[in-house]
Write a protein that binds this ligand. Structure first.
Ligand code: HEM
Length: 537
């Protein structure tokens, strides 16, 4: 219904022209010129040809033709909303991060939940890890905590990420299956990657079919550092605990929901926020120092490991409330560019080789995905603080340096000289001591791939253990190559014998394989040991 309808009319061909008037605004070109007819191109005579001088038409079609941008290489399907973080208590003894200095401090946030493997149009209830990406618009800049709903990851070193994702997404010759763990390539890669076994148990658990985004936990996964004003470093693992509780669906429900409403998760979050039922999560920290870290029999830089909560209890330090949907999905949810590299003074990296690789990857991919170096000018990516630097120009620049100075040091005093560095030593990276040979060998402290997988499995209730066994059986039953099924069972034998037997029985394996070689094979072992032959016959 058009409020300005009094002047609406039908054209010569019967087409409806809705006319501006009253409070109905007039349509314009991108150049702001009024448009008199949006139903017909400019033609010679009643039946054409169309004239190329028709700028309004050309502009409309040109813009439509360029609407699509590349979807994210991973986490393409997601849903973003705004929120606020409230700090419960000052953490000044641990970090100098401004947002953690004052109890009651409120920090604006943008959060995007996602699946990993599915394409932008895939279904919400896929068995998959969920992305849990959080941006804090702090007074000292944007801090992005780009996490997942599972506390560990598939791989230990960033160089394996393209292989992992290639194996998980559609197979390149046939273009299917999409957003599915149920195929040969995925399980082939998993079976040849023992470090993935802890994650394998988590992804076959109910965690990967959450009831909705509102009922998931979130994790920063890597060990990070917090640095206080005296420069002291404390290791930290980040946790998000949903005040709504933790809930999943069962596989049967997931399959039905995917068919009945592939948008189930995004609709749930939209509806909850629109109804004022704002979901909340508390932020928890596990804090420990070098000495404590050295006591673990695994490496805290290994992203396939958790830090047991019995050893390092979680300290709850604040609350996130998601309270506003976006005005426009594309502008905000699609164009948001989270980066692990976006840290603020008081938060710093560790040498986790996965985190180090991520720090390169996000900036790189966003340069392409968002079409140039100025994507931080898009409002959802811009910090809420004033931005001052001498970077300039490039496609779509909205924010060039003002005045004459676009370099420094310079001789133009005061404000005319533009921004200058902070006082000496005030902001610096944590001066961690690093030394050693350059080499490509993985640290032997990363070699235990089964202990935590076993602990996770044993921590589950009997029903949950059954769900894990069922999930392995379902997913592996889609794998055509029997040797791959058997190889996964050989790993499960190192996790839990009963689980391995149950899965083998469901798959009707003719014989039980030997347990997989437990230690990480060295290059030499691979050459000499017939037991480690990994090429399928
Ligand atoms: C998205 C790379 C591991 C969480 C992405 C994107 C890339 C990427 C290229 C797309 C970003 C964009 O287009 O804006 C990598 C690499 C990894 C890695 C190279 C390992 C070496 C992880 C891990 C986590 C994670 C361990 C969780 C702790 C996410 C999330 C997103 C994402 C949540 C979606 C961000 C959004 O909602 O826009 N990753 N990733 N990634 N990654 Fe990673």
């Amino acid at each position: 219904l058009n409020a300005g309808a009094t002047q609406d009319y039908r054209g010569e061909g019967g087409e409806l022209h809705q006319v501006a008037g009253g409070d109905v605004p007039q349509m314009t070109t991108q150049g702001g010129a009024p448009i008199g007819d949006d139903q017909n191109t400019l033609k010679v005579g009643p039946r054409g040809p169309t004239l190329i001088e028709d700028q309004a038409f050309r502009e409309k079609i040109f813009h439509f033709d360029h609407e699509r941008i590349p979807e994210r290489v991973v986490h393409a399907r997601g849903f973003g909303v705004h929120g606020v973080f409230e700090t419960y208590e000052s953490l000044s003894d641990i970090t100098r991060a401004d947002m953690f200095q004052r109890a009651g401090e409120q920090t604006e946030m943008f959060v995007r939940f996602s699946t990993v493997a599915g394409n932008k149009g895939s279904a919400d209830l896929a068995r998959d890890v969920r992305g849990f990406a959080c941006r804090f618009y702090s007074k000292e800049g944007n801090w992005d905590l780009v996490g997942n709903n599972i506390p560990v990851f598939f791989i230990q070193d960033a160089i394996k990420f393209p292989d992992l994702i290639h194996a998980a997404k559609q197979e390149p010759d046939r273009g299917f299956p999409q957003a599915q763990t149920a195929h040969d390539n995925f399980w082939d890669f998993m079976s040849l990657t023992p470090e993935a076994m802890h994650m394998a148990l988590w992804i076959m658990s109910d965690r990967t079919i959450p009831r909705s985004f509102r009922f998931m936990e979130g994790f920063g996964v890597h060990t990070f550092r917090m640095i206080n004003a005296e420069g002291k470093s404390t290791y930290v693992k980040f946790h998000w605990k949903p005040k709504q509780g933790l809930q999943s669906v069962v596989w049967n429900e997931a399959l039905k929901l995917n068919g009945a409403d592939p948008d189930f998760h995004r609709r749930d979050l939209w509806d909850a926020i629109q109804m004022g039922d704002y979901p909340e999560w508390e932020l928890g920290l596990q804090l420990f120092d070098d000495e404590f870290a050295d006591r673990f029999d695994f490496d805290v830089l290994d992203a396939t490991k958790i830090i047991p909560e019995e050893e390092v209890p979680i300290r709850v330090v604040g609350k996130m409330t998601l309270n506003r949907v976006v005005d426009n999905f594309f502008q905000e949810t699609e164009q948001v560019a989270f980066q692990t590299g976006n840290i603020v003074p008081g938060i710093d990296f560790t040498n986790d080789p996965l985190l180090q690789g991520r720090n390169f990857s996000y900036l790189d991919t966003q340069l392409k995905r968002l079409g140039g170096p100025n994507f931080t000018h898009i409002p959802v990516n811009a910090p809420r603080t004033e931005v001052r630097h001498f970077q300039q120009d490039g496609h779509m620049s909205m924010r060039n340096p003002k005045g004459r100075a676009n370099y420094e040091p310079n001789s133009w005093g005061g404000a005319a000289g533009g921004p200058r560095e902070a006082p000496r030593g005030m902001y610096q990276s944590f001066p961690a001591e690093e030394a050693g040979q350059k080499r490509r060998i993985r640290s032997e402290t990363f070699a235990d791939h089964y202990s935590q997988a076993r602990q996770f499995y044993l921590s589950q209730t009997q029903t949950e253990q059954q769900h894990i066994a069922d999930a392995f059986a379902f997913e592996l039953s889609k794998v055509e190559t029997v040797a791959i099924r058997a190889r996964i069972v050989s790993h499960l034998l190192n996790v839990d014998e009963d689980l391995a037997k149950t899965v083998a029985k469901s798959l009707r394996l003719k014989e039980m394989p030997a347990p997989a070689e437990a230690a990480m094979p060295t290059r030499m072992d691979l050459k000499t040991s017939p037991k480690l032959s990994i090429i399928l016959n």
